[in-house]
Ligand binder design. Structure first.
Ligand code: NAP
Length: 301
């Protein structure tokens, strides 16, 4: 075991160190390797995570290369979370329902097994912040790929009701149909308008931002944030965007004194879950601290 990473970007490794790719496109701003490598180092795993940019349509070549090089694990981000599924031998039920896989491992029988961790990572961040969604009225802005699995974990943890606010009704309705089929949680749709943002904010206990508005490189950001003034003072606010951690939305909610949960915390929750999926045990608390320190320093938090 000769691998070492620090926030100053120095890595050492042995001739036996295996590569653990993190694939997506673009990958220029990815912070994942800052979080994963301390977990490997601190738990006796001789692998190195590094970001690999695979363009859309490039998965077949990637999977061939992965097998040829004898690699054991990889993680997946946009735009490949759904497109990877046809290449896999085993996929868990929630990930298949919402077409979203975050990590793949080769099992003892040599099969490619994929699983999704957006829901688990999101809930881990909520729990780590000391928040219990049981009985809560939750409002979620956005109905994209991460929201389906987040809805299932919200239901599993006893949320009373979720209001989905989205521009495209059909996308939200599809999620609502699947959730209604699999859970008893109350769920409704509101079209994305300033009035509906006000309405949902005024009655919720937990407001979650799950659109890319404010994401690094994304062309749009919130023009209207007046709905934050309608929140109850004790309402919890969650921003899912990782980069930048302090979006306009997150900054405005924090300024209003709300308990905040950030996308970086969701990412850290996912890292721990993906580590356990890949290696069969939980990373040590000390390595998680190091991972968090690296990621927080990377973002200047
Ligand atoms: N923290 C983490 O570990 C983590 C992990 C995964 C994702 N994320 C973040 O979570 C967010 C959502 O990810 P996703 O994969 O669900 O995204 P996605 O599948 O691309 O869905 C985007 C959602 O945002 C809505 N949207 C996009 N642009 C909008 C705009 N200008 N105004 C209003 N709504 C808009 C879309 O509405 P329509 O349906 O109308 O198009 C859709 O509901 C992203 O910011 C992503 O970076 C964080």
């Amino acid at each position: 075991m000769a691998m070492h990473i620090d926030v100053d970007k120095h890595l050492t490794f042995s001739m036996n160190t295996k590569l653990f790719p993190m694939i997506g496109c673009p990958m220029g701003q990815s912070s994942g390797s800052y979080g994963y490598n301390p977990l490997f180092e601190g738990n006796g795993i001789d692998e190195i995570m590094w970001p690999v940019e695979i363009p859309e349509g490039g998965l077949e070549d990637f999977v061939k290369a992965f097998k040829t090089f004898g690699m054991r694990h990889f993680t997946i981000t946009m735009p490949h979370k759904a497109a990877i599924i046809p290449y896999l031998d085993v996929v868990d039920e929630h990930s298949r329902l919402f077409n979203s896989v975050n990590a793949v491992k080769v099992d003892e029988e040599g099969r490619l097994c994929g699983a999704g961790f957006d829901g688990k990572g999101n809930m881990a961040a909520i729990i780590n912040a000391g928040v219990d969604v049981k009985g809560m009225d939750v409002a979620i802005i956005g109905a994209g790929s991460i929201v389906g699995v987040i809805l299932l974990t919200m239901a599993e943890h006893g949320a009373k009701k979720v209001t989905l606010i989205n521009r495209t009704e059909a996308r939200a309705k599809h999620l609502i149909d699947v959730v209604k089929e699999h859970t008893d949680m109350e769920i409704e749709f509101l079209p994305y308008t300033n009035e509906n943002l006000d309405l949902a904010a005024s009655r919720c206990d937990f407001l979650m931002q799950a659109t890319p508005q404010g994401l690094f490189g994304f062309p749009a950001d919130y023009e209207y944030l007046g709905f934050l003034d309608k929140l109850k003072p004790e309402a919890v606010v969650m921003e899912n965007i990782v980069n930048p951690p302090m979006t306009k939305f997150a900054t405005a909610a924090k300024e209003r004194g709300h308990k905040m949960i950030y996308g970086v915390d969701m990412m850290l929750g996912q890292l721990a879950e993906i580590f356990e999926f890949c290696f069969g045990f939980k990373p040590s608390a000390k390595s998680m601290e190091k991972s968090k320190k690296n990621v927080y320093e990377y973002f200047g938090l």
